[in-house]
Write a protein of this length. Structure first.
Length: 423
């Protein structure tokens, strides 16, 4: 009697032929977009100390409570196959002293992750994500750039029927006050809640917004909204993020019920969905996590990032054609700000999108540096050209040839293209 045929474990899959080619093409697009914006590749181990996710992701989350693949090694240490990418990247940031580098440190990854959840179309127990993290700056432009980069990737992958929702969870103080209001509301309606939501009123009441239980949904319709209880500083930060997205023509809707599923988020949160995927419509999302690095033993470090599912992108998009490997040029344009007011930053952000749309490798200052510091940063990055945006046009510098001229802001991209063509 022959042995039964072996199959891949439930919730996993083999990547074959055309599927592998499509993934390779997606990776090339992601690399071009993210490395063109100054993000460098990072890969973390497939398994980490279980404590990393308990401390970082949060013990009250579904991931830690129900979905992690955890085991003991031969020495009795508890290890977990990584269920998400942000906490490992922050651990690496601390372990390798990246806070000593120029901030923000911008990193991207494309890795496999593991969660014990019900397998369904585009959702597996072993799955792949592309993600980006920017650590070391609380500038709203970091938030807007992060969102815009994912929007660009989804657009270039022809993902259908995309919607972007954004919100803000505010800072620790406002969140603490709001949490008490929400807990009062939930306790007053406890009889109508699902058992799961009822059990988490004390530890994670915000997760009630994600419930699809009919009684809970009705209760949450009248629940107080965190977005209405932000501090003045947090409200200004969120307003500036929205202003930058408006300036870059990135369509979005503000959703006060958006909370995301992980405990580390603060301030900006966002999610891209695709109606082409049906009920499980999430494609990717993320947000700001200004306390996570400190919770993991590092210095106080603001952070912003996202992750998007490879299987979800390919399911909702067009399978890309596979071409030759992309070659990557050094940084071609750096945008420096003569003043750091909101209007100048928005003009720089719009110009940044125009430069990238024209195929240029371009970055702008995201670290709140002085003009001298920005020029030093541009030099350290090896920028070919620098445009210093002022109130009246831009000072355009050739960092290799040494020339400098005053030009209109809308002529900067053309000047870079002309200069590169004449080389």
């Amino acid at each position: 009697m022959s042995e039964p045929k072996l199959k891949a474990p439930r919730g996993t899959f083999d990547v074959l032929g055309e599927q592998a080619a499509a993934r390779t093409a997606l990776e090339a697009r992601a690399r071009a977009i993210l490395e063109g914006a100054g993000y460098e590749r990072i890969e973390t181990p497939a398994f980490e100390a279980t404590e990393l996710f308990q401390r970082g992701v949060g013990e009250s989350t579904d991931i830690v409570r129900k979905e992690m693949f955890t085991f003991e090694d031969a020495a009795g240490r508890s290890l977990t196959l990584r269920p998400e990418g942000t906490a490992p990247v922050c651990r690496a940031y601390v372990e390798h002293g990246m806070h000593k580098r120029r901030q923000p440190v911008k990193l991207w990854y494309l890795s496999s992750f593991f969660r014990h959840e019900r397998a369904q179309a585009g959702r597996y127990r072993q799955f792949w994500q592309v993600g980006a993290e920017a650590l070391g700056s609380e500038d709203p432009a970091v938030d807007a750039e992060s969102i815009t980069l994912l929007a660009t990737l989804l657009r270039e992958m022809d993902v259908r029927d995309v919607r972007l929702r954004v919100s803000s969870l505010g800072g620790a103080e406002a969140r603490s006050e709001y949490r008490e209001r929400l807990q009062e509301h939930l306790r007053a309606n406890e009889a109508s809640l699902s058992d799961d939501v009822r059990s988490r009123i004390d530890v994670n009441p915000l997760r009630a917004f994600d419930s699809d239980h009919p009684g809970t949904v009705r209760v949450m319709e009248d629940a107080p909204r965190l977005l209405e209880h932000l501090s003045e500083e947090d409200a200004e930060h969120f307003a500036e993020v929205r202003a930058l997205l408006d300036a870059a023509n990135v369509p979005y809707e503000v959703d006060s019920t958006l909370v995301r599923g992980l405990d580390y988020y603060t301030r900006t949160v966002f999610e891209f969905t695709s109606d082409a995927l049906g009920a499980q419509s999430g494609v990717g999302g993320g947000g700001r996590y200004d306390r996570l690095v400190e919770q993991l033993g590092g210095p106080a470090t603001p952070g912003m990032g996202w992750a998007a599912g490879i299987e979800r992108i390919l399911l909702a998009g067009e399978v890309p054609e596979v071409g030759q490997p992309t070659s990557y040029a050094p940084l071609e344009l750096f945008l420096a700000l003569e003043r750091t007011d909101g209007e100048t930053r928005r003009r720089a952000f719009v110009l940044l999108q125009e430069a990238r749309s024209a195929g240029l490798k371009a970055q702008m200052d995201l670290g709140g540096r002085s003009l001298k510091g920005q020029l030093g940063h541009a030099s350290a990055l090896g920028a070919r050209y620098v445009a210093i945006l002022g109130s009246d046009g831009a000072t355009f510098r050739d960092m290799q040839g040494g020339g400098q001229e005053q030009i209109a802001t809308d002529a900067v991209v053309h000047a870079v293209l002309r200069g590169l063509h004449d080389l």
